[in-house]
Design a protein around this ligand. Structure first.
Ligand code: GLU
Ligand code: MG
Length: 437
């Protein structure tokens, strides 16, 4: 790292409200940090999006300290922040025991359960959508650096330098980009990255976001990752792609289930589909999330699945016949306010419950489910955070997987953010959240 010009290392984790928090150490202290950890209070697990605090049955108050231990296998020199490197951390108690509410250890435990109990490795990848504005516009009406059309080449030409720098920075950090393109809303772009093991996928979501932020800053721009910039428009999602592997075999293909998926894949996806109303409290965790989750906005607000259906919450992608590895499922209803570690762990837990119970998928839905609302078993997902929280509280699958300390912290932070934005207009909620994540 020294040879690469690195002077300081950012050690990050993501809190319950979805904000990436950090301690940094000079590069000379990194070895010590990896051995002994760096101190940080557990109270951040009950921080809200505006940096106020709440309390939960297990977490809150001024007492206690945790040790943040960087995962050196992920240590990356940051191309967009010369002089800096980054590593995600796992959090431990001072006596060395794993901290019960460490989101990254939770993700790892669920991935290990899949391996141990079913001999199967999920592979996952996030799509990152963001809106780019001129820096300094956070508090005011945004000025977009390009007014080019949705998916338009105009945007790529006008922001040529920016997008090339971003591509270069991600490549220098060995992030494998699959695609980068302009999206629907003004100033909106998306980057998707190659599938990886679940913890690596969540780490990647953090690294990609901070790289976009850093490169944006170097171009006089700011990046917004919140669910909505303008509540009247199309929001930003952070969709999750997943496939299930046993050795070299993709279980999403080559079976007798719907669309040629194996029975195990069908059961896993049925488990995810069943749990979606509760999973929204994790994957769409902000009051702002529900300003994005509107029918016919490609956000996937119906609890159904479909083949390449962009209005179904669960989109199955069969892939080309000569590319069996490409078959996967996409959870569309999640956004960038979510903690990616909790997302991957909770989705695995929901899928494994489906496998334990041998669940089957209902019929696939074709066309926009909004046009057949209520008919044929395609219920609307929760339309408010309060409604999602109600389902979350009832979810024994998620409660068991998360454990009481993390379950209680999530419940407390969601409840407190509902209160925080009680009576606020959609515009006020958007303005208070879009630049926070
Ligand atoms: N921006 C849409 C969302 O809020 C997704 C568009 C797409 O399908 O990529 O999720
Ligand atoms: Mg997209």
């Amino acid at each position: 790292m020294r040879a690469a010009g690195v002077r300081a290392v950012a050690l990050t984790w993501v809190d319950t409200a979805g904000i990436t928090r950090v301690k940094t150490v000079p590069v000379a202290r990194l070895a010590h940090a990896a051995r002994r950890g760096v101190g940080m209070s557990p109270v951040f697990d009950v921080y809200l999006v505006d940096d106020s605090m709440t309390t939960s049955p297990h977490i809150g108050g001024p007492d206690g300290d945790l040790r943040l231990k960087p995962d050196l296998a992920r240590l990356t020199a940051l191309a967009g922040q010369p002089g800096w490197a980054w590593a995600p951390v796992d959090r431990y108690e001072q006596d060395g025991r794993p901290y019960a509410a460490c989101q990254r250890l939770f993700a790892r435990r669920q991935a290990e359960r899949a391996r141990r109990e079913f001999g199967m490795s999920p592979r996952m990848g996030f799509e990152t959508e963001w809106i780019v504005v001129r820096a300094g516009d956070e508090a005011t009406a945004p000025r977009y650096p390009t007014l080019g059309p949705a998916y338009g080449m105009v945007r790529v030409v006008e922001l040529s330098h920016y997008l090339a720098s971003l591509t270069e920075a991600l490549a220098a950090q060995r992030v494998e980009v699959l695609q980068l393109h302009p999206e629907y809303s003004p100033g909106q772009f998306e980057v998707s990255t190659a599938p990886a093991d679940p913890v690596a996928a969540a780490d990647g979501a953090v690294l990609v976001r901070e790289t976009i932020r850093a490169v944006s800053g170097r171009h006089g721009l700011a990046a917004w990752f919140g669910p909505v910039a303008d509540p009247a428009g199309v929001g930003s999602g952070r969709h999750l792609h997943l496939s299930l592997w046993r050795g070299e075999k993709n279980l999403c293909r080559g079976g007798n289930g719907p669309q040629g998926m194996t029975g195990e894949c069908e059961a896993f996806l049925a488990g995810v589909l069943r749990e979606l109303p509760a999973l929204l409290a994790i994957g769409a965790p902000s009051p702002a999330s529900y300003l994005r989750l509107k029918p016919s906005h490609w956000a996937g607000v119906f609890q159904c699945w479909g083949v390449e259906n962009r209005e179904a919450a669960l989109r199955f992608v069969p892939g080309e016949p000569d590319e069996p590895g490409a078959a996967n499922a996409e959870v569309k209803c999640f956004d960038g306010a979510a903690n990616p570690y909790v997302v991957v762990g909770a989705v695995i837990a929901a899928g494994l419950a489906g496998m334990e119970e041998g669940l089957r998928l209902p019929a696939a839905v074709a066309g926009d489910p909004a046009e057949a609302e209520g008919a044929g078993g395609r219920p609307r997902l929760p339309t408010s955070l309060g409604e999602a929280l109600g389902h979350f509280r009832e979810s024994s699958v998620l409660r068991r997987a998360l454990g009481e300390p993390m379950f209680g912290a999530i419940e407390a932070v969601r409840r407190a953010e509902i209160e925080l934005f009680e009576g606020a207009t959609p515009e006020e909620i958007a303005a208070a959240t879009r630049g926070r994540f």
